[in-house]
Design a protein around this ligand. Structure first.
Ligand SMILES: [Zn+2]
Ligand SMILES: [Zn+2]
Length: 162
């Protein structure tokens, strides 16, 4: 157990972790030890309660700020979205309208296959699922070709090991 401190010391420890993003208007009354429930006020989202342990030792803050920071990390710009597609598929497909079309991983994008022309696919489908190499992704016509070669590989593996 860390040594007990005064409400003022507790407050300065909280500020050392979180800066002045949060205020604790009732800490003088509420603070007894590191497990007391404290009323915290987020500049942006308002009140929630947390203990000194949560705020300082676990460094957790406003739960809504936390959610926003996760959402912010997941949200890509159209250019980042394109980079992620290119990282998986190389230059096989072009996405000429991605700047207008991309808003989230559920956005439907117009892809252009160098061989087969335009197709429609969601960003989620062309990136996440592609990593598992199992679901339909990319140009559906390329997929048809690939599915045949995957099946051949399976036959090859079977004949080698069984
Ligand atoms: Zn907040
Ligand atoms: Zn194709």
């Amino acid at each position: 157990m860390p040594p007990r401190c005064t409400p003022q010391q507790a407050l300065s420890k909280i500020e050392a972790v979180h800066g002045n993003r949060y205020t604790l208007p009732f800490i003088e009354k509420e603070y007894v030890n590191s497990t007391s429930s404290l009323t915290c006020v987020c500049n942006k989202h308002g009140e929630w309660t947390a203990t000194m342990n949560c705020l300082v030792y676990a460094k957790s803050g406003c739960p809504k700020c936390f959610k926003e920071s996760i959402a912010g990390k997941l949200k890509l710009t159209p250019q980042q979205a394109l980079d992620r597609i290119k990282a998986l598929h190389g230059d096989k497909f072009e996405f000429p309208y991605i700047n207008e079309e991309y808003t989230s991983c559920k956005s439907m994008l117009t892809g252009v296959c160098q061989i087969h022309g335009e197709f429609r696919i969601s960003f989620g489908a062309i990136t996440e699922k592609a990593q598992f190499g199992r679901k339909k992704y990319g140009c559906p016509k390329c997929w048809a070709v690939q599915a045949v070669s995957v099946r051949r590989n399976i036959n090859f593996t079977n004949s080698k090991y069984f």
